[in-house]
Each structure stands twice: as C-alpha cells, then as structure tokens.
Design a protein around this ligand. Sequence first.
Ligand SMILES: Cc1ncc(COP(=O)(O)O)c(C=O)c1O
Length: 449
Amino acid sequence: MMSTPLSPTEISDWTRKLNYGTWKVQKNWVPLHIADAEGCYFIDGNGKRYLDLSSQLMCLNLGHKNPAVIEAIAAQARVLPYVAPSYATEPRVELSRLLLEVLPKGLEKFFFTTSGTEANEAAFKIARMFTGKSKIISRYRSYHGSTMASIAATGDPRRWPVEPAGKGQGVVFAPEVNCYNCVLKHTYPGCGVACADYVEHMIENESDVAAVILEPIVGTNGVLIPPAEYLPRLRKICDRHDVLLIADEVMSGWGRTGKWFAVDHWNVQPDILVTAKGITSAYVPLGLCATTARIAAYFEDHLFAHGHTYEAHPLMLATAVATIREMQRLKLVERSNDMGFYLGEKLKALKEKHRSIGDVRGLGLFWAVELVKNRTTKKPLNTNEEKISGKPLVVDKIAAEMMKQGVAVQAWVSHFVIAPPLIIEKSEIDFAVSALDEALALADGHVEE
Ligand SMILES: Cc1ncc(COP(=O)(O)O)c(C=O)c1O
C-alpha cells in the first residue's frame, strides 16, 4: 500500500507517464487500474468487475487468486526464496518429476526460464548446438516471443518493426496451416495437406536446417487447428532429415485445448517442447524448455552453453508444483473439454446471427471468432498493416464495448481469442457470450455484402 493513496485515475496517469505500454503506439495507451481479482473476475479501482474471457493473456488457467497456489508461493518464500541454479532443491525435483507425468512421453530433461520468449531462445540455442546446423523453419501465422531470435522466428507483424537490424539470422518461413482460409488456395482434404509437404521441400532446398518450430495449435494468430495428418507427417519429415521438431506450447499447453498439451491430440512427440504461461497459471514468471534424452545425452560431453540467474528459481518452481496439483485436483483438463464444448456451441450459434462472423473454431477452452467483411471472399475487417500502425481496429472497438458490459476479451487484427480460466462456469459463459452477441452489432455494420 502506498502512504498517500492515489486515485484510480492517478495510478493510470503515473503508469502511462513512467512506463512503456507493450506493443503499442504510446499515445494510445490508457491503462485501466486493476485493484483486485477473484476466480474468473478482475476488479478495477472503482470496484467494477470484469469477466476475464481470455484469462488475461491466455495464461491464468486456474483463474485469479487460487488459495493453494498463493499458499505455496508464501511457503516457499519462507523456506528458500532463491538459490543459484547450480544447486539442487526440493521444488526443482518435485516439479521435474511431475513434468515427467504430464508432459508428452519422451521429454525427460528440463531447463527453466522466466518467460516463453526465453524458453524459445533456449530451444533455438539447444537445437543449434545439438544438430550443429543453424536454420530454423517457422510459419507466418505465429508468435514465438519478443527478443532477438524469438522475434525473428515470429511470423506475425510484431516482427516487422525490428527488421532488419533487430532481427536474428537464420529463420525461414513456411506457409501456415489455415483450413478456413488457406494461403495456398487449397481445400482440405483434397489438398493432401500440401502445406506439410512443402516444409520438406524447404528443408531439402535450404539445407543446414536445425529445427522446425510451430505452435501445434496456433494461439494469438487465430486458434488454427491443423488437420489430423499434419503434425504426424511433419514429425516423419523432420525424422527423415534429422531436423528437430520444436512444439511451442506456451499458450496451447496446460489443459487449454482439452489435453495437457496440444500435441497430445495427435500423439506426436516433439524433440523439444517449450511452454510458459499456464505452467504457474501466470502467478509468477516461469518458462520451460523440455528436451528428449537423446538431446540431453549430447550435453553429457559437450558444454551446455546457456543459463540465467533466475534459472530454476525455487519460488517459481514451487508455484508450478502447486499449479499442477491444483489442475489435477480440480480435473481441469477434463473440465476444459466439457466446458469447451458448451462454449463452442454457444459461439457457433452466434455465427447464425451475425453476418460479420466468418468462422468459429476451437478445441477445449481455446476458441477464435474470426470477423470478415465478406463471407465469400473472407476479407478481414482490418489488416496486419493497420494493426501495426496503431490504427483503431473494429475488433478493439468491440472489445471496448464489451468492457463497458463487464467482459474482457483479447482482440487481434480481425478475430477474438476466447480462452477463459479453466474453472469457468456455464452461467459465466452465458453472460460473456451475450455481451459478445450484443457488441457484434458493431461488426455487422462493416459487412460489405
Ligand atoms: C505461442 C507463444 N510463444 C511464445 C510466447 C512468448 O511468451 P512470453 O510472453 O512469456 O515471453 C507467447 C506469448 O504470448 C506465445 O503465445
């Protein structure tokens, strides 16, 4: 608590004046003062409650203020808040053994970071050291993080402002999987999943490819779910060419899609799995780079040339242990499936009502509602260029309208990412979807048909 309490407006003004707003043209930033939170809601400085329909940044899977996790943070802080990464600690072993239970089989050695971005940076370094090769294949509709290598591997327009000076070398982009609006102008299943085969063509023609990185189910860029053949085929392509497959499950992990990890939908085992966000339900910063025993074996005789002061930070690891135990106790992976089905049906019903909805897709409690000007051409309401230039977007106006009604949702270019806490109740889904329903009138006004 501050000595002289500031008003919500003063807190917003000071924040705006003294801090940077992320991914924003700064003059557009008016940060709302958040004072409290509970379950699926957060509460502003004036006491207004907002249903958190996107779990902040698709990360608060347990919802706000889970008592068991908060107690675990306090308990670890009392015992051992910090010790350097070269030491062994109880939470480190407990978490690592739990990870062996919940991660896809074959991932057996772990490196901890403080964000998804850093976990991807670790994955690239490990892949390059292990294979002795340098190139990384990524895809356009993707986000892998904000620092040098991870922004270089990011396909979406957040990469553009740092090009070319601030961008790491060696990333080449493959076509994304987008069966709603295929960039190759193909239609599934007649396409034969050509987008996967093209990656093999790239590997053969690029040479020197260390790894392919992908979000098994793309997150911010639109909850894009690949067809059944895609990931198993990519796994085989990577194996044929001795290229590592990196699954970026920063957003899609931890029950979000109705399985512990999205790759579990296709029983595909990546060589490296990267995750963050839901691993601690975002209560403390933690990222994970998990590798196979084959990769681990290489570093028995070679320098593992990577590290951070906060690697394996006890406070973070104890939080992850408590988060996983809470997920197991509350059966949140199963719940994500059940509630996800309910949410999906409600969102699909909106499509019947609103001409501006081009597509509704999702798995578990991970959904996108994509808006278009024209259902036939699938032209989006706004473009990547408009997003990056800071132009007000229709989706942002809709999100602002929903905030007025007490529902917070993440908007991106021409869609919403709907990913509530996995503890959400049906009545809360009903409330959120009716707010979206009302606010979509704004989008319908932009339809050109
Ligand atoms: C798929 C994916 N990878 C990486 C990141 C970067 O994670 P962080 O913001 O924790 O650095 C994100 C963040 O949204 C993400 O969604």
